[in-house]
Write a protein that binds this ligand. Structure first.
Ligand code: SF4
Ligand code: SF4
Length: 177
């Protein structure tokens, strides 16, 4: 299984319900975020284009946070997601320094946290918290190897892109148009 997230950027209205749901579901401390919404305007008036993206850890296939973690706390799970074992984490912040996406933060207890792709929910057959509350169904998670899954369909039918591909981290969160 290769768990991925595919976001239909045409559907995102920037309501930030995903941000609120994640903070609630994962008890994210004040001042920290596991997901966030980026709005960008391109072009010149009156030909302007607005892009809105709900961003988070990209669960990269070539993750520098995993490569640079000296204790093995940052690791790949069997489903391809990148996770942090809080018991192995010393809080050295090497992963924070190496992540090009600013996806990680230090928890009040001293270990590092980030988006887990809500695997505690996916493992029970439930959608991620952000996916569940998205009013436009912009967010989808699933197994990209399952040809009948929503994520596989979106990747086949749309034009997919990732954030900062030049970083070479091979993100597994894609945006389709
Ligand atoms: Fe690691 Fe950052 Fe990639 Fe997430 S987005 S897997 S924290 S390098
Ligand atoms: Fe690994 Fe924790 Fe150090 Fe990050 S802060 S590199 S997860 S030990």
């Amino acid at each position: 299984m290769r768990r991925v997230m595919v976001i239909d950027a045409r559907r995102c209205v920037g309501c930030e319900a995903c941000v609120v749901a994640c903070k609630t579901e994962n008890h994210v401390p004040d001042g920290a975020y596991r997901d966030w919404v980026v709005q960008e305007t391109r072009g010149e008036y009156p030909s302007l284009e607005l892009t809105i993206q709900s961003q988070r850890c990209n669960h990269c296939s070539n993750a520098p946070c995993v490569a640079n973690c000296p204790t093995g706390a940052s690791h790949y799970r069997g489903d391809g997601t990148v996770q942090v074992d809080r018991d192995k984490c010393t809080g050295c912040r090497a992963c924070i320094a190496s992540c090009p996406y600013g996806a990680r933060y230090v928890a009040p207890e001293g270990h590092v946290e980030k988006c887990t792709l809500c695997v505690h929910r996916l493992d029970r057959g439930k959608p991620t918290a952000c996916e569940e509350v998205c009013p436009t169904s912009a967010i989808a998670t699933g197994d990209r190897g399952d040809r009948g899954s929503v994520v596989a369909l979106r990747l086949r039918r749309g034009t997919a892109s990732v954030v900062t591909p030049e970083a070479g981290t091979e993100p597994n969160v894609s945006y389709v148009r």
